[in-house]
Design a protein around this ligand. Structure first.
Ligand SMILES: [Zn+2]
Length: 163
């Protein structure tokens, strides 16, 4: 596999565990099933995304250790700084995998499907049984995937490669 080491390790760990986290939300009445995820790699990525998200939530539940009083203290020996560093690393990885999942997931949609989604004000999402659904935008405002979708749609013309 050609991907960064941390990602490869994380993906391998999910695959070795043999435990996939499946979407639990049922298809709702107003949603239209447009496909199904069959690619094992996407299921592993979905599981990793869920695990990383849970890890961030779990760190956020911990009590933040206090910092040393000296504002220019050495972060390496400060439990407060170590905690912030651990939290940031978890958030950065979680965001990265979430975006990667989004790109991989929408890459499977045809141009016609994507245009239909935009025209009808719908966004794709994943439901129980790995079903891909098109749901009305207002129904999934809290969805991470939807946020990624809207961001990518609306920012497309202005997007720049990072320097
Ligand atoms: Zn500190």
């Amino acid at each position: 596999m050609l991907c960064p080491e941390w990602l490869e390790k994380a993906l391998r760990k999910v695959r070795r565990s043999g435990e996939l986290i499946e979407p639990t939300e049922e298809v709702k009445g107003e949603e239209i099933v447009i496909g199904e995820i069959t690619d094992e790699r996407l299921k592993i990525l979905y599981t990793l995304n869920k695990r990383l998200y849970a890890e961030v939530q779990s760190i956020l539940q911990e009590e933040e250790p206090s910092h040393f009083h000296d504002p220019v203290h050495d972060p390496a020996s400060c439990q407060g700084c170590i905690f912030i560093c651990r939290l940031l690393q978890a958030i950065i990885k979680s965001n990265a995998v979430s975006k990667l999942l989004w790109v991989s997931f929408t890459d499977g949609l045809s141009e016609d499907e994507t245009l239909w989604l935009i025209r009808t004000g719908r966004a794709p999402n994943i439901r129980k049984g790995w079903k891909i659904v098109a749901c009305p935008v207002e129904e999934v405002v809290q969805s991470q995937l939807l946020q990624e979708f809207l961001t990518s749609v609306w920012q497309m013309p202005n997007q720049r490669m990072p320097n």
